[in-house]
Design a protein around this ligand. Structure first.
Ligand SMILES: NC(=O)c1ccc[n+]([C@@H]2O[C@H](COP(=O)([O-])OP(=O)(O)OC[C@H]3O[C@@H](n4cnc5c(N)ncnc54)[C@H](OP(=O)(O)O)[C@@H]3O)[C@@H](O)[C@H]2O)c1
Length: 296
């Protein structure tokens, strides 16, 4: 088996330290650590149990074949440009960033200087590394995109972290990230809306969640087993404009801040019902009018 490449970490925070620890456990040798504050780099180095604190990002990059820029997103481009000012140190190395929102295009300066470049995004939320914990990479999904060399190396790295990879086209990175935001953050917003409705019905937040939880899990299971179109139930799927009209009346009165959200969600839910092809066309038109008229 080919030896695992050495790696350096630039930006020693939550993801950088976790990468250092679990890549090291997977047989990759930590080489250099650089961070805005020397204390963070030293902590990463101590936690990984090998490597050296570098005096600059350029020095850290020069110590290894694989360089992870795990700074906050806003700093990735400028850190990469600093590295690219030394093309003699960029030959034969691969530079990765870990951002979900940015593609490897942000690393263009490294490519122009002769490096290979890609992004590896862990679909996971990282807390500060505490030590002794199980791997936050184990079993998660990670997207990979970039040039061919970076993508192939990225696949090996993800496998060695005991995660699953999937590749996406570079121009699709923003839509991919929007999907993650909708699936996670906007789900929170939706459940917040539902809990507020139950709050208006005089139920405490704790009780409200307890009541909704089996419904939420049941819906997720239905989506998993049947897909979104077949998982849809309820008054919009049935074409029941009377029930929806009553919802709108009471929401407008008690919770006007949510009236637009209910209507917009209703419009998109109606589109799903139409795709299933079972909704009566007149009922669908009545619902469409209801969502449309009341929102103006
Ligand atoms: N956290 C998550 O849940 C998560 C999940 C998926 C992907 N990501 C991605 O992972 C990357 C890192 O995020 P994170 O959560 O680990 O951030 P973080 O905890 O804030 O760590 C970033 C580290 O970079 C250092 N740093 C800041 N500017 C720098 C610069 N110009 N040069 C060198 N080091 C610099 C920071 O400063 P100090 O040296 O002062 O400590 C800090 O240690 C981001 O691209 C993020 O989008 C994060």
């Amino acid at each position: 088996m080919a030896p695992k490449p050495d790696f350096s970490i630039i930006g020693c925070g939550r993801v950088g330290i976790a990468l250092a620890v679990f890549l090291s456990r997977a047989g990759y040798r930590p080489a250099g650590f650089f961070s805005k504050s020397a204390g963070s780099a030293q902590k990463a180095c101590d936690t990984a149990g090998a490597g050296k604190v570098a005096e600059s990002a350029v020095q850290a990059a020069a110590m290894a074949k694989v360089v992870f820029i795990s700074t906050p997103d806003q700093a990735i481009e400028s850190v990469c440009e600093d590295l690219a000012e030394h093309p003699e140190k960029m030959q034969g190395i691969t530079v990765f960033h870990l951002s979900g929102a940015l593609s490897s295009d942000i690393l263009i300066s490294a490519r122009q200087a002769g490096a290979s470049a890609g992004s590896i995004h862990p679909l996971q939320s990282f807390a500060p590394f505490q030590g002794g914990q199980s791997s936050p990479f184990s079993g998660i999904n990670m997207s990979i995109e970039g040039d061919d060399l970076a993508v192939e190396l990225g696949k090996t790295i993800v496998r060695d972290l005991e995660a699953r990879y999937f590749c996406i086209p570079t121009p699709a990175k923003t839509l991919y990230h929007a999907a993650a935001v909708v699936a996670s953050n906007y789900l929170v917003t939706l459940e917040h809306f539902a809990l507020e409705l139950l709050n208006q019905a005089d139920l405490s937040p704790e009780k409200a969640f307890e009541i909704l939880e089996p419904l939420i899990w049941g819906t997720l299971n239905n989506i998993k087993s049947q897909g979104t179109i077949n998982a849809l139930t309820g008054p919009v799927a049935r074409g029941d404009a009377t029930v929806v009209g009553n919802h709108l009346r009471d929401i407008d009165k008690a919770m006007p801040d949510f009236k637009t959200l209910y209507r917009v969600l209703g419009q998109h839910t109606l589109e799903i019902a139409r795709k299933r092809g079972e909704i009566d066309p007149k009922a669908a038109a009545d619902l469409a009018r209801l969502f449309e008229e009341e929102s103006s």
